[in-house]
Design a protein around this ligand. Sequence first.
Ligand SMILES: [Zn+2]
Ligand SMILES: [Zn+2]
Length: 540
Amino acid sequence: MDNREIADRLEALASLLELADASPYSSRAYRRAAETIRGAAVPVGELVRTGRVRELRGIGPGIESRLRELVQTGQIAELAELERELAPDLVGLGRYLGLGAKRSIELARSLGVRTADEFREAAAAGRLQGVPGIGPKTEARLLEALSRESEPRPRQGLLLNRAWELVGGVAAALGGRAAGDVRRWRDSCEQLAVVCATDEPGSVLARFAELSQIVAVIERTERRAVGLTVEGVPVELVVSEPERFGTALVHATGSPAYVAALEPLPDAPDEGSLYAALGIPWCPPELREQPFRGDPPPLLEPRQIRGDLHCHTTWSDGRAGVEEMGRAAIELGYDYLAICDHTPAVGAVRGLSPDKVRRQGEEIAAANEVLAPFRILRGIECDILPDGRLDLPDDVLAELDWVQASVHGGQRMPRREMTKRVEEALRNPYVRCLSHPKGRYISRRPENALDLERAYEVALEEGIALEVNGLPDRLDLSGMHVRDALRAGVQIVCSTDSHSIRGLGNMALSVATARRGWATAADVVNTRPLEAILRPARPV
Ligand SMILES: [Zn+2]
Ligand SMILES: [Zn+2]
């Protein structure tokens, strides 16, 4: 059993514990353990067998005993029991239809059905009417939702990291390719698709239905199926003939507008030959949003990133120490890493006073002795106060190598005040980068009112870069804003804002978001060598 399989089983257990209304603490703990195991560099099955699995972060005695059971017997008894009791396929279908888990199970009980298929039959036969609490309106809504299954869309988009985990996992298990919104790296993914090529679609479709991520298949034709996760998220599987794989992949990857503009698509075994047959250059998936037939620019590549300029440590709200983060950055092949912990005004977490900034500086200097020629930069994520002043005095900022300025509190300010506030901060001579400029949390908090056009002007005058924050729920600037910023001549920085070693991996999300904004390496500050970061060219 490999790490991915073990992690999948723990995830399934976490989801079902949630459904069963078990303590939210335990389901979170299982989810975190699954995440750790998925990212572990060593075979976790081996650690379990040799009794060393608790050396992994977040794995205590309870989870260890579940892991031992799983590795020894191939299953977790409680998981099997919960699956019987809760009928995850019914729950998945219910969630897809907009019903809570409890309600789905009650409904199934009154209908006397045990599977999603039986539920659909009962609904089609008009038996929903007989269920207490279901009026004609609710029945009509459920039937309407059931009839929409051919156009699978989750009720709310998935964050990119979760979408990659799900779609990438399904694709890997079936030997196919992730497509849809995920492959274009959209910040919120609705169309989740996997494309496989085979002459024997039946066996792929059967394996799809058996995957631990898929609890119910709500639609199936000869070469296509739609499966649901226990959260009710639909995943589409397209199984193409090998000689049409390129066609199917392009079709399942591009936005409807992009694909429509290329139609009719010729039959092709791979994307290269499809674009060749159309007589246009291959197009990176990130640019397949709007119709485009031209020559794409040489987009930024992950390997061109030479360092991460925004991360946190245990000095504020991070989970790893200074040297630990430095070593992780070396593992990633970077030349430098800026540690930017918070300042006091951030409020919710401990922020660094001037005194602590200096003490952290000593720790960084010591780590640099050990890690040279790699360089940890002394940075700060300095709050921008409501009046535009910064949260640390200039003499402290002057000591630092890299200063990020951030709005945290007060995101709802009206446009003029917010813009003035940010402009004031960008005029500070020590500020190098504006963090997460629009302050959004995807599907949770809308963008702030900052006038970006004005921010671009000021950034350009002051030689300040704008961040493309790689936290999966931020991705701020967004791809669209990156494109505007670059058109205005502003430089960007691809950062992870990571709070752990694992978080450094979110660089992929930041880079992809920059690519969606047509960024090339020349537009991105942290593709440059250390000397260029330390001695910026002053704007004239
Ligand atoms: Zn921040
Ligand atoms: Zn931060």
